[in-house]
Design a protein around this ligand. Structure first.
Ligand SMILES: Nc1ncnc2c1ncn2[C@@H]1O[C@H](COP(=O)(O)OP(=O)(O)OP(=O)(O)O)[C@@H](O)[C@H]1O
Ligand SMILES: [Mg+2]
Length: 355
């Protein structure tokens, strides 16, 4: 079997763990394993793992249920732990940049440089202006170590630790190609967190995290109706279902509450995009692709489209990645389709040591 050295992609989101594995079938990237394991509320709070056991057990169960043999894994750290900056620096050689990067990072990062892992990439050189654009990524060592340790406890071997916003970009590029035209925004709207990554001519130009997501909707339903979290969650997902039946069992206030919270979230997203447009001098965002579980709510895409006046569509992680239906449960996958963009982006990574 041509497993192509793809790493196992495991996305430990605050609401659930997603596991994906790819292989090449006649030259086409193909999903050959998919698993989802919901996590109880409070397992991860504000990006911090509160319940290691729930995650370790969840991963173990996924590996067993789906008969996953691969142990080399790619994981993501969430935006809570990462700062991403695009900087314009004077033109310099790679060795000069390597020498200077820590100093530059100190100017840009509000943490002690000892506590972060610095990574950087020259995005583009602009000799006419004597400048170059550099992407600086600083991830807190504590969170990287915590994530790697979780994987080890689950008997996995962490090989790659990526940043969630970039994994979504990976998934986008694998399915839509590298878009050289126009400026697009990739927005991943999860349970606790929303990440925005704006690509200008295919290059990350701006990233931002908004500490807001589907949990805010569930909380508001819970509070306003005085019901349990689980009930509120069921009403929320039921109300998002556009059928004839579900609405009859969902209290009539629910769609209105969803609409209100979603408006707030769309407003926050608009402010980030406006900030980017104002500071970059670009005129418009040509298209917005949304992902994450909360993107399932049709009102989310509609509200973002209304506010930003940019066309919004769901990022399809299987536009150009095939699915092996002998191995993967299609119903389970369809239920979680918008939620797998981070895990697919991770599963696209390869084990360099063996490749
Ligand atoms: N069909 C649906 N309708 C409405 N909301 C949904 C639906 N499916 C999932 N969600 C919501 O999506 C969120 C989970 O999405 P996702 O899996 O992308 O988040 P996560 O990765 O676990 O969280 P985070 O990255 O924010 O820590 C939850 O708030 C969940 O209620
Ligand atoms: Mg997530």
């Amino acid at each position: 079997m041509a497993d192509g050295n793809y790493l196992l992609g495991v996305d430990i989101g605050s609401s659930g763990i997603k596991l994906c594995q790819l292989k090449d079938v006649r030259g086409k990237k193909t999903l050959c394993k998919f698993g989802y394991h919901p996590l109880p509320p409070q397992t991860i709070v504000d990006g911090h793992v509160m319940n290691v056991g729930a995650i370790v057990d969840g991963v173990a169960q996924l590996l067993a249920d789906h008969k996953v043999k691969r142990r080399e894994v790619a994981l993501a750290v969430s935006g809570h732990a990462v700062i991403i900056r695009r900087m314009a620096l004077p033109l310099m050689t790679p060795s000069e940049l390597a020498e200077q990067i820590d100093w530059e990072a100190e100017q840009q990062i509000p943490y002690d440089i000892k506590d972060v892992q610095i990574d950087y990439e020259v995005l583009r050189r602009r000799p006419e202006q004597g400048q170059m654009d550099v992407l600086l990524v600083a991830a807190k060592k504590e969170e990287i170590n915590e994530t790697a340790q979780l994987a080890r406890e689950a008997k996995l071997r962490p090989v790659v630790i990526d940043v969630d916003a970039f994994t979504v970009q990976n998934t986008f590029e694998a399915n839509y190609g590298i878009s050289a035209q126009g400026t697009i925004a990739l927005i991943n709207i999860g349970a606790a967190l929303t990440t925005i990554n704006i690509l200008s001519a295919g290059i990350p130009a701006f990233t931002r995290n908004i500490i807001n997501g589907g949990n805010a909707i569930t909380e508001e339903i819970q509070k306003r109706l005085g019901i349990s979290w689980d009930e509120a969650e069921t009403y929320k997902t039921g109300a998002a279902f556009v059928g004839s039946d579900p609405r009859s069992v969902v209290p009539q206030e629910v769609p209105q509450i969803i609409k209100q919270v979603v408006e707030g979230l769309a407003g926050e997203i608009l402010r980030s995009l406006d900030f980017y447009l104002a500071t970059s001098g670009e005129r418009e965002i040509a298209r917005i692709y949304i992902a994450g579980g909360t993107a399932n709510i049709p009102e989310v895409g509609m509200a973002i489209e209304r506010r930003t006046k940019a066309p919004v569509e769901l990022l399809d992680p299987f536009r150009d990645i095939a699915v092996d239906l002998k191995e993967v449960n299609a119903d389970l996958l369809n239920l979680h389709r918008p939620q797998v963009c981070v895990a697919i982006g991770l599963a696209l990574r390869k084990d360099r040591e063996k490749a």
